[in-house]
Design a protein around this ligand. Sequence first.
Ligand code: HEC
Length: 173
Amino acid sequence: MIKFLFGLVVGICLLLLAGYLFATRGGISLTTKGAPLPMERSIAHQALAASIGQSSGDQSPLPADDANLLAGARVYQQNACMMCHGQLDQPESDFAKRFYPHAPQLLPPGEGVTDDPVGTTHWVVKNGIRFSAMPSFEGKLTDTEIWQVSLLLRNANKLPNSVQASLRQPQHE
Ligand code: HEC
């Protein structure tokens, strides 16, 4: 029994060592070009969902009225969201495609996160996403501003004309 356990532990250590050497000696390319690694998408997706956890059920303390959506549009334009996640009525930018994973288009014609609970978007903007270019905005934006931009993105496919007009205007920070 002791011998079996010893063999098992040595076996597991060798496997871990092989994985470590594979990853650290160039077996895993860290460039932003090329296809995902085996299971990379599924693991990343599940790890993110587990990190977000119950926060996806958080409700916005603010209503999705014109004033909050307009404020959300300003946050989107003034904090580089637009640079990575695109402009209204424009296709995904070449810049967005150069990240791995791509920075998804969050305004129409893209579907963006209109299907996601607003609590999920609030969590992502507040905390960022590790191993991607998505920064955390906690401390940079107030919680109110994070909810406002989250409401904007949740309602991106049905924005009032005034908000659409504001998103089309060039911004000066
Ligand atoms: C430097 C580029 C960059 C900036 C600036 C940036 N993001 Fe992101 N963002 C990304 C990338 C890349 C991803 C994709 C991460 C992933 O797929 O794991 C992402 C993901 C997201 C997601 C999740 C999208 C989805 O499909 O689930 C949301 C929501 C989001 N960003 C909102 C914002 C907002 C709001 C801002 C501005 C306050 C912002 N981002 C600024 C690069 C950026």
